[in-house]
Write a protein of this length. Structure first.
Lengths: 275, 577
């Protein structure tokens, strides 16, 4: 008997998202569901783990084993889950504030550790849930926020893709939420690739960053094939304008796995303490 | 029966490289070989390696769960920085100070105790033996003085040295024999060990940190993520070696925030999970613990307490994490808090904690401390106990039924699926939620879920393990954790003096057990609370949470000095007048 196959719809719940009309995250939700379906996964064998923020609401909108955890800690929850259950497909999702500010340390170490899971960050360069504060990826001169001084924070934005590369991520891609099929394809490839895969999805927040409506006019497919040479990938990442979409780096490190043996019994462990 | 005046307490002092820890370890092993029980702790400074150190031992023919009031023997190979830990070396007129005259005068801070001083030229004696070392002379002297004799020491030396280092074995044995002859010739008398009792079955030698690790595994723990921290690290070292051999996983996390959240992720995946830490790490984990409460994900946190606040005194013991363990989570967040009462009990209590956390799908904090965790004891082997991880598992629902992860059951416990089970997909959430798990900010959902999460803890049957209750009398000593051993010994001494007191030591600190405590206190007119904190945290907890028949007297002192049985005994005698 063939295992039943599932459509993208089977990966969606009937919970209505809290997102604003026009939010890029709707597209990412569709892309994730499509990627799971295209990979012929089953909803009960997939897991979507998140932290806190607009985009981190996503697990409840899926029909998977979801975990909506706490701010910044999604990668830790996801790594624990994947190490305990290598048989599950674990996708961690969230936003730029969750992943790169409060969760920045976990991001670096998740890249280093290289557990076989996929991290999708919906980057809109703003804290939306708290109504529009600058995030680590916000441009230094953006000042349309009650919390930013006139002229902006003056703080250089974080470069997630370059940091992922430097920290050891095994797959790095950039996507645009408006291109749901393209994003789904990149997410599917990220899931298939062994080790820690990182996909930044440019996902406009038209409520607090209305100018991001223009992203659809400036994004383009990267003209380069993906490289497995970190030096070449670093040069490209540090010199591109941030609008090249596609797979930017494809590494060949082995996934971090924890073999379990059953060579010992409790009695063996007890015996270690006998006088 | 517990320990009697037949025990002997010995302190061995010397700077790094003098070999006092080696000598002390061999003395404990030899005593264990000969059928004695032992308790061995070490006082060391902040140095990473070496530095001044003291090995603190108590040996007895009967089980030991407490330090004694004084040391019968203080043997010093040198006096380097002794002032730093002199307060941890209480002596009296019965005590014997054995000191190498080559190391200079015995410091006044020790002589003022009235202890007898005996010159013991260990360095000179060692030089008469080719390859002999002063620490082996010391080992021989002490073995002779306390009546242990050379033979068990020779056996231990043989086991550790004979095969690989035959020369060192011969030299060490000769030095031990020479030391023993010297010890036998000393005119100063010293308290001797009572003859060892016939042994039934074997003995174990184990530290509290190892015992907690083994208890965790016995309870069913198969996942640990943790970050190194003193004084919990030995538990992690143990688990990192043992878990992969028994079908488990150990991960070193990048920090304590990752530790607790990895454990939550693994537990969500179906593995019973533990992390171990100390106060600073527990502080970092509190947000994660709140997530475990809200998402109803079982997890165990072993907190090996040390002096606080902040970095405090990492290498010394204190019972001052009680407040954060009980009350440190934001929101109304009912969870489990338990505390082991001896080194051996670290095994039982941690195993029990795994069972409780899993049965109630809630976080359980185990409050051990440095004095339990990093001390080694010779004990009777830990008996098997029936407490295992036994999570109530959800199965695929029948056709037409909808799975509700947070269903409002009578017990408050709702079945939890293992991811991979068809038809039970849900989202675990730190957001308040409806029965289905869907986020909800409705008053009715909030109230019902809060009530469910409290109900499951309150309704659980904890059985007799909730507390140690011993003896009777109108006076009750109420204590917890590592102070239990000293309190027990004090109660026994007081009884011998005609003062009847009972011992009440809750192993379960949260949730409270009002009915059981009322029964334990039946007939009590006076209470002495004993704890090791500056604020009297346990006393405040007792008075805030329980109806007590009298305002308690309080014996509370911060670490690092242990609370000794004699102090409690004196208070009991005064109360019994």
């Amino acid at each position: 008997m063939n295992a039943p196959t599932f459509s993208a719809k089977d990966f969606r719940s009937d919970v209505k998202p809290v997102w604003c009309p026009g939010c890029g995250d709707y597209g990412v939700l569709s892309s994730i569901a499509k990627a799971f379906a295209d990979l012929e996964l089953a909803p009960h064998q997939t897991s979507v783990v998140s932290g806190i923020g607009c985009s981190s609401r996503i697990p409840a909108y899926t029909n998977t084993y979801g975990f909506h955890s706490i701010h910044g800690r999604a990668l830790a929850v996801g790594a624990g889950l994947k190490l305990a259950r290598p048989d599950l497909t674990v996708l961690v999702a969230g936003g730029d504030g969750d992943g790169f500010s409060i969760g920045g340390n976990h991001f670096i170490h998740a890249c280093r550790r290289n557990v076989d899971m996929t991290y999708v960050v919906m980057d809109n360069r703003v804290y939306g849930m708290t109504k529009g504060q600058p995030s680590p990826t916000t441009e230094a001169d953006w000042d349309a926020s009650a919390m930013a001084p006139p002229g902006g924070t003056g703080v250089t934005p974080f470069h997630p893709l370059a940091i992922a590369l430097a920290s050891g991520a095994n797959f790095i891609a950039r996507a645009f939420s408006g291109d749901t099929n393209g994003t789904a394809a990149l997410i599917a490839e990220a899931i298939r690739h062994p080790g820690f895969s990182f996909v930044v999805v440019m996902s406009p927040c038209i409520t607090f960053r209305e100018e991001q409506r223009d992203w659809k006019n400036v994004v383009r497919q990267s003209g380069f094939p993906a490289t497995s040479d970190p030096a070449q990938a670093a040069r490209r990442l540090m010199t591109d304008d941030g609008f090249n979409m596609g797979v930017l780096y494809r590494g060949n490190r082995d996934s971090f796995v924890k073999p379990r043996s059953t060579e010992c019994s409790i009695a063996d462990l007890d015996a270690e303490f006998a006088v | 029966m517990t320990i009697s005046s037949g025990s002997v307490s010995i302190a061995l002092c010397g700077s790094g490289g003098a070999g006092v820890m080696t000598a002390a370890n061999m003395l404990v092993d030899a005593a264990a070989q000969a059928g004695y029980y032992a308790l061995f702790s070490r006082s060391s400074g902040p140095q990473i390696r070496g530095g001044e150190a003291a090995a603190l031992l108590r040996l007895s023919a009967e089980p030991i769960t407490s330090v004694d009031d004084t040391f019968q023997i203080l043997l010093a190979i040198d006096w380097l920085n002794v002032a730093r830990f002199a307060a941890e070396l209480p002596l009296n007129g019965e005590s014997l100070i054995l000191a190498d005259p080559a190391a200079g005068e015995v410091p006044e801070v020790l002589t003022r105790s009235g202890a007898r001083i005996v010159d013991l030229p260990m360095k000179d004696l060692a030089q008469t033996i080719p390859g002999g070392r002063p620490n082996m002379i010391a080992l021989g002297v002490v073995a002779a003085l306390i009546g242990l004799g050379v033979e068990p020491v020779a056996e231990v030396l043989g086991k550790s040295l004979k095969k690989k280092h035959a020369d060192a074995f011969e030299a060490s044995l000769a030095a031990v024999r020479h030391g023993a002859e010297t010890g036998d010739s000393l005119v100063a008398n010293c308290r001797k060990l009572h003859p060892a009792l016939p042994r039934h079955g074997g003995r174990w030698t184990i530290s509290g940190n190892h015992a907690a690790g083994l208890g965790a595994i016995r309870g069913g723990i198969r996942f640990c993520a943790a970050y190194p921290i003193t004084p919990a690290t030995e538990s992690l070292e143990y688990l990192s070696a043992a878990l992969p051999k028994i079908g488990g996983v150990f991960v070193q996390a990048e920090d304590e925030l990752a530790s607790i959240n990895m454990c939550i992720g693994a537990s969500f995946g179906g593995d019973a999970s533990i992390t171990a830490t100390a106060g600073p790490g527990l502080a970092l984990m509190t947000e994660g613990l709140g997530l475990a409460v809200s998402s109803e994900t079982p997890v165990v946190v072993l907190d090996v307490q040390r002096g606080g606040p902040s970095t405090g005194i990492p290498t010394k013991s204190e019972q001052s994490d009680l407040n954060i363990a009980l009350y440190g989570l934001h929101g109304d967040a009912p969870h489990l808090v338990v505390a082991p009462q001896s080194i051996g009990d670290c095994l039982f209590t941690t195993q029990w904690a795994v069972h409780l956390a899993e049965a109630m799908q809630a976080p359980c904090i185990v409050l051990s401390d440095q004095s339990l965790g990093q001390s080694r004891a010779v004990i009777d082997p830990a008996a098997a106990s029936p407490f295992f991880a036994n999570r109530e598992i959800a199965r695929t629902p029948e056709e037409g039924e909808t799975f509700k992860r947070y269903a409002l059951t009578n017990t408050g416990v709702s079945p939890m699926p293992v991811p991979g089970t068809p038809g039970c997909q849900y989202t675990a959430d730190g957001l308040e939620h409806a029965e289905s798990g869907t986020p909800s900010s409705q008053a009715s959902d909030h109230f019902r879920q809060l009530d469910k999460r409290l109900r499951k803890l309150v309704l659980h049957d904890y059985g007799p393990h909730w507390a140690t209750i011993e003896g009777e009398g109108e006076i009750a000593v109420i204590t917890w954790g590592s102070c239990t051993g000293a309190a027990r010994e004090a109660v026994h001494r007081a009884r011998a003096d005609g003062v009847n007191a009972r011992l009440i030591a809750p192993r379960l600190l949260y949730p409270i057990r009002p009915e059981e405590m009322a029964r334990a206190l039946d007939g009590v007119r006076r209470i002495l609370v004993v704890e090791q904190s500056h604020l009297g945290q346990f006393n405040r907890y007792l008075r805030g949470e329980y109806d007590l028949p009298a305002r308690p007297d309080l014996l509370s002192r911060p670490g690092p000095l242990p609370i000794r049985p004699g102090e409690i005994h004196a208070r009991l005698l005064a109360m019994g007048k």
